[in-house]
Design a protein around this ligand. Sequence first.
Ligand code: ZN
Length: 160
Amino acid sequence: MQITSGTVVTIDYTLTDDQQRVIDTSEGGEPLTYLHGVGQLIAGLEKELEGKAAGAAFQVTISPEEGYGLRDDAKMAMIPLDRIDGAEDLQVGAQLSAMKDGMEQVVTVTKIENGIVTIDGNHPLAGVALHFDVTVRGVREATTDEIDHGHVHGPGHEHH
Ligand code: ZN
């Protein structure tokens, strides 16, 4: 059976960046099971998986445009420390929720200097080329319930 919209796919994967640093991997854990065609994976990876069958193994590099997007400097901001709640405990690398245009947004603290905090609303993987090493472990047809719900049911996937 081939991977197409409306199939449930199980993959093992390792994701590395340009410096061969491992960003994420299923090795040593559970393989990833997802519903294909509803945007649960980044677009570039779904496109590459389309048409593959169980047993297929491949490597693919996905550009930031088809991954987590390009970096946007407009998503960075500098805020005086005294305007942030709990500022005394703040550390570089911390993630905060911020309200922007009425939407909650997760931002990362990238610098604290001279009473000014620099925050970055870009996804941590924005602007990063993603190198995937993927093995397809299984493909099955999704049930009508799974398609209605837009997610996979079964062991390890609590129904909600
Ligand atoms: Zn459900």
